[in-house]
Design a protein around this ligand. Structure first.
Ligand SMILES: [Zn+2]
Length: 462
């Protein structure tokens, strides 16, 4: 074999499978939107979200969306945005499609490439937002444009609902979830900002995950005060020692095991897939969540403990005011991720007992959002299956509970069941959302081009 021939064969072998779809008008338009919005730095404080919304509005108008169906709602320096795809009215309640337009700050000097330029090599697209969540905004927007061009008429209204400060205050999220009568009546929402497929290191698909619940995020500040004094005249009462003892009591406390149909199903399917000793513990927990041996085993796994119970952990400390003085106060921040169905008040009361020190003052930081689990429905699951199995036949689809936080919790709280189902398939090791050098495998960008249109046609095309 000549060198050139073997080189050609090698190139063909490693040539990405997406070469064929890359030049379709839908792929070209999608990439154009992706590039344009990644290059608008929609970070809190820079006031750039309105520019991004205006650009998207122009794209929607260009394919025939009417002005009155495109709403840009100013909120401080940012905006929320909705786009209505009018249906034929055979079904009353609309469906919402969620995404967020803002991104987490990225500093030029820390990145290998400029974060607000879409860069690419053979395998990846690079830039802030390539995953979180400009991929979602891009895919939802280009799907609307494509369906409009095809002349598709859904059986009900579909709304794009784009927030403008998901990564910071979620003020636009709360406004869109609670103050827009045209959205309040929605039957459910599909979120582009979480969920998606897991790949192993070789690129083989392991499972597709649908986010169906989020834990409640809350932090408490625990403060102990003391009259202090000179450090040359120590006394047994000491704010730092006493607070430390309280924190060790929290460390040693185990919140009771909790479960739902969804988390049991999650462990049943994941356990069967994972196998081995840990997989067995998952299966045993799924069979019987009161099996203490199984829940104890899962509790020591940082990836799974959050799916078995509420967790609270000390994350910050500040205490004392001078090297040579007895501390007049000591404060710790304790961050909790609360299982749906348990209230913030219940957890606070529990911690107040656990610390065994009535002198400790508890302050709840911010306003926590408690949201219910959205149990999956057959029609939505069927549509997800159709889209996922078009790419990965027979792949397992699993609902899960997020320990972090997305816009979805505000919609769930407002009574709109919400599931997150990103088009992306990634190896978790490639996940750099929020971090340095955020990137997306090009294969999953191109393979995911039909994801949302398959789902929408399935749900609203009959
Ligand atoms: Zn996000």
């Amino acid at each position: 074999m000549t060198k050139i021939l073997s080189l050609t064969i090698l190139l063909l072998a490693i040539m990405p499978t997406f070469a064929a779809v890359k030049d379709t008008p839908h792929a070209v338009k999608t990439l154009e939107i992706y590039k344009t919005i990644i290059e608008i730095p929609t970070v809190a404080g820079r006031g750039k979200v309105p520019e991004m919304a205006a650009y998207l509005a122009k794209e929607f108008r260009a394919v025939g969306f009417q002005d009155e169906d495109i709403q840009i709602i100013p909120t401080g320096e940012t905006v929320g945005m909705t786009v209505r795809y009018q249906g034929n009215g055979s079904v009353d309640k609309p469906i919402l499609l969620l995404g967020h337009m803002d991104v987490v700050e990225a500093l030029d000097k820390d990145w290998e490439r400029p974060p607000y330029k879409l860069a690419q090599d053979d395998k990846y697209f690079y830039g802030r937002g390539t995953i979180d969540n400009k991929l979602g905004i891009t895919m939802l927007s280009s799907t609307f444009i494509r369906l409009k061009k095809e002349g598709f008429v859904p059986n009900r209204d579909i709304f794009l609902v784009f927030t403008g400060d998901e990564e910071t205050g979620m003020v636009t999220t709360k406004m869109l979830a609670n103050e827009r009568p045209e959205l309040a009546n929605a039957e459910y929402a599909l979120n582009s900002d979480a969920g998606g497929g897991d790949l192993d290191k070789t690129g083989k698909a392991i499972a597709y995950l649908v986010q169906a619940a989020e834990k409640t995020y809350v932090s408490f500040e625990l403060t102990l005060r003391n009259k202090g004094g000179h450090s040359s005249r120590p006394r047994p009462d000491n704010a730092i020692y006493e607070l430390s003892t309280a924190l060790l009591n929290i460390r040693d406390y185990h919140f009771p095991v909790r479960w739902s149909d969804m988390t049991r199903e999650f462990f049943k399917v994941s356990g069967a897939q994972l196998g081995g000793e840990l997989g067995k513990a998952m299966t045993a927990f799924a069979d019987d969540p009161s099996n203490k041996k199984a829940s104890d085993r899962l509790e020591i796994e940082s990836s799974f403990v959050g799916t078995t119970r509420t967790t609270c952990i000390t994350t910050m400390l500040k205490a004392g005011h001078a090297e040579n003085a007895l501390p007049q106060s000591a404060t710790a921040t304790v961050n909790c991720r609360i299982f749906p169905g348990v209230s913030v008040a219940q957890v606070k009361q529990r911690l107040q007992k656990v610390v065994k020190n009535d002198a400790i003052e508890f302050v709840t930081l911010d306003t926590p959002v408690e949201s219910p689990i959205s149990e999956l429905r057959d029609d939505v699951m069927g549509a997800i299956k159709k889209a996922v199995h078009a790419r990965y036949p027979d792949l397992q689809i699993i609902a899960y509970m997020e320990s972090g936080g997305t816009d979805g919790k505000h919609f769930r709280k407002a009574g709109i069941p919400t599931w997150a189902l990103s088009s992306a398939f990634m190896n978790p090791d490639e996940m750099f959302a929020h971090g340095l050098n955020e990137r997306l495998p090009k294969k999953t960008f191109y393979d995911g081009l039909d994801h949302w249109s398959i789902i929408l046609k399935e749900l609203t095309g009959k």
